[in-house]
Design a protein around this ligand. Structure first.
Ligand code: NAD
Ligand code: LMR
Length: 333
């Protein structure tokens, strides 16, 4: 039995994500919470012939608490998306408060749930959830994940485009490490399961890196003020949630890049910290998942000089983003 809950379930990501979770046969209960429209979304999804029982909740009458009761996995795509000209950090002012309040609800109602944070800026909202859980004495770093899967999905797609065969994209695996915004997104293309064409021009390699790092901007621009990636994010979120659910149900050897606390695996963190050359509280690396969440944080391994430079460039921004989230909670209490 797996109860999955989506917070922000009526939104651009929330609705297709809820659809994909409803289509996941391992999900037996689906709780949908938003400040608007969840009864309609739930009624609609409840007619789909898959096992999950669907309920929609709104804030009145303890809706958040009811949605979260018994939750095994909570996915959070609640919050405002970017418009052209904005950075993800520009969303912090609004989304920090939303995430803090939702994290408080999880900490008090479903403290053992696996929490998957989609709301931007992920590099700061994940630390917010961690700090709120610490305030409630229920923090287990193994159970908290920033969802960076869209960067991985983009890398697979763009690499298979370059290889001239989009049908490869399901098989192409490119570790994307660091965080989830601009230069903190670091694709390790040298470790791609399907190597780039031999002799690829440096300018083409650099353009590919930039496209993976700024893929979000491509969608924001194309949507002309109507928001950011929603459908590809729902796909990515459902992929990652599906992996967590399979791991929790006992499947072994499941790995995925995700933004986690380095306290979730001190031994793995020590090796990673050595590679990074400095301590960071959170970092996205390939993580092995198990029944209790994080089993092992993998090191970066062998990377090229160009990739080392990308990692180096990511660190200061990551450090600032993490501090922004942590300080926000410290000041709020
Ligand atoms: P959206 O505006 O379409 O939907 C957001 C939903 O959140 C709305 O339905 C809104 O009512 C709801 N909401 C607002 N406050 C809430 C609260 N307090 N409790 C519950 N629900 C609340 O936005 P979207 O396009 O779905 O994007 C959502 C977030 O996801 C944004 O912050 C966006 O930047 C982020 N995002 C992250 C990634 C990633 O890779 N991690 C990718 C795409 C988008
Ligand atoms: C993305 O990568 O598409 C998301 O983080 C949304 C955004 O603001 O770009």
């Amino acid at each position: 039995m797996v109860k999955a809950v989506v917070l922000g379930a009526a939104g651009g990501i929330g609705q297709p994500l809820a659809l994909l979770l409803k289509a996941n046969p391992l999900v037996t209960e689906l709780g949908l919470f938003d400040i608007v429209n969840t009864p309609g979304v739930a009624a609609d999804l409840s007619h789909i012939s898959t096992p999950a029982k669907v309920e929609g909740y709104l804030p009145p009458d303890d809706g958040l608490k009811k949605a979260l009761t018994g939750a095994d996995i909570v996915v959070i795509p609640a919050g405002v998306p970017r418009k052209p000209g904005m950075t993800r950090d520009d969303l912090f002012k609004i989304n920090a408060g939303i995430v803090k309040d939702l994290a408080t609800g999880i900490a008090t109602t479903a403290p053992k749930a696996f929490v998957l944070v989609i709301s931007n800026p992920v590099n700061s909202t994940v630390p917010i959830v961690a700090e709120v859980f610490k305030k409630h004495n229920v923090y287990d770093p193994k159970r908290l994940f920033g969802v960076t899967t869209l960067d991985v999905v983009r890398a697979s797609t763009f690499v298979s485009e370059i290889l001239g065969n989009l049908s490869l994209s399901k098989e192409v695996v490119v570790p994307v490490v660091g965080g989830h915004s601009g230069v903190t997104i670091v694709p390790l293309l040298s470790q791609s399961s399907h190597p780039l064409p031999a002799g690829i021009a440096t300018s083409d390699y650099e353009a590919l890196v930039k496209r993976i790092q700024f893929g979000g901007d491509e969608v924001v621009k194309a949507k002309q003020g109507a928001g950011s990636a929603t459908l590809s994010m729902a796909f990515a979120g459902a992929e990652f949630a599906g992996k967590v659910i399979r791991a929790v149900k006992g499947e072994k050897g499941i790995t995925a890049p995700t933004f986690v606390s380095l306290a979730s695996d001190p031994a793995g963190a020590a090796a990673l910290t050595k590679e990074l050359g400095q301590e960071l509280e959170f970092f996205s690396s390939t993580v092995e998942l198990g029944t209790e969440g994080v089993v092992k944080i993998h090191p970066l391994g062998t990377i090229t000089d160009a990739e080392k430079a990308l990692v180096k460039a990511a660190i200061p921004e990551l450090e600032t983003n993490i501090k922004t989230g942590t300080n926000y909670v410290a000041e709020a209490y």
